[in-house]
Design a protein around this ligand. Sequence first.
Ligand code: ACO
Length: 470
Amino acid sequence: MPELVPSNGHAAGHTAHADAYCLCDEDGREVARLPRLEATLGVGAVDVRHLLDDAKITTYDPSFSSTASCSSAITYVDGDAGVLLYRGIPIDALVEKSTFLEVAYLLLFGELPTANELDTFTNDITHHTMLHEQLASFYNGFRRDAHPMAVMLGVVGALSAFYPDSIDILDPAQRLISIERLIAKMPSIAAMAYKYSVGQPFVYPHNELDYPSNFMRMMFSVPAEEYRQSPVLAKAMNALLIVQADHEQNASTSTVRSVGSSRANPFACVAAGISSLWGPLHGGANEAVLAMLQRIGSTANLPDAIRRAKDKDDPFRLMGFGHRVYKSYDPRAKVMRRIYEELLEETRTQGDPLFELAKELERLALEDDYFVSRKLYPNVDFYSGLIMKALGIPLNMFTAIFAISRTAGWLSHWKEMIEDPDQRITRPRQLYIGPTQRPYVPLRARGDGASGSKLPAGLPMPSEKSIVGG
Ligand code: ACO
């Protein structure tokens, strides 16, 4: 059995400062030398890039639980201590003192901007918020009841057809203009998806407004009356955008990096990120949390919900609970809960029954051994849905807003990846468990296969009505 030992000969795990590990065969002969890579914070890594060539073996880690797919200087998460830093700065300080565009700049370029840099960046973003008029006609191709995420991923993917002048990803100037276009246009695209779904006219962006206020106005103003900006709601939206802006190598960010590694254009990469984010185990969870709370309905039903969440034969899970990385309270959930309480106070909303239900669910779960022993705490989505509900945002727009915010993170990682000389096209290996080589059997010799058919017994044919969209 091959053994992994530090290169100085001590048993693995007993020497903190080994600079490499060796994979040794049964006779103690070194078959591969695996350099140890140090992190500035958190755990280091064993560099296995040459393992296959040297030792003719791969590593097996299907959902990347123990695999660093890249080095990154953008975001740090300590899941045990409940710490989240953007470029070293704690998330709560940013939520309290910063603006979304300042945070986007920080994520993209690594430092907080000077006043001049922030002015230029804000001006550039503000002047790219409009969409090409022809892009607006895309919306008419969707059903009115289409999910806004379906519309967004179609429209964002289509942006590459509108900006062929800026999709040379190897040109830093074209990279930057594409990044600015995407961050600028996401709120317009999302607000238009909403307006289309409710049958109201599109509202164009307004250059006098800051990023969150502009989005709120595009969502909620109608031509028939004056729109009154609410600084309280804009402040909550700013906080929401900051908190969700990045979270290191999560599913959607890894997707963006993976798609981008083939040198696909950034519009295609972000459309892929939107697809990944949409899933209920990822960004779709905020929508699922509210749907779950509404279905539970009252505190009397909470014990039954908890019982079902613990039942392995029941697919029901407590949405907004648990996280691959956080094994303590998600710091984003803490910030979200505080913002929500402030929002209720500032809007003088008393006793939202869903908030009371959420708090009680959190209390019961955190007293239950099932959740305690598995370290399942509320995650960012547990309270973000409640904030969006308080802002008047409809349920099916929750994940779309997450996508607006996460675009800053996706593009920071995309930029970092393109600029990283270590990155090549993403191409994992596999542990093949299929049949060994065997001969082709001609059709006539295969029998009728009636009993062992792999196809489902009979999917209904679509009716003429459903084909025409009735
Ligand atoms: N409710 C009930 N049980 C849960 C939950 C939950 N929400 N989450 C995890 N568990 C249980 C699992 O059944 C498993 O139990 P077992 O060890 O007895 O088999 C154990 O806790 C570990 O869970 P995994 O699914 O293996 O953890 P993983 O890291 O793969 O999944 C995930 C993390 C997807 C977030 C999971 O906790 C989950 O499904 N949560 C609900 C969805 C959600 O809130 N997603 C948003 C995440 S934040 C974000 O993406 C922005």
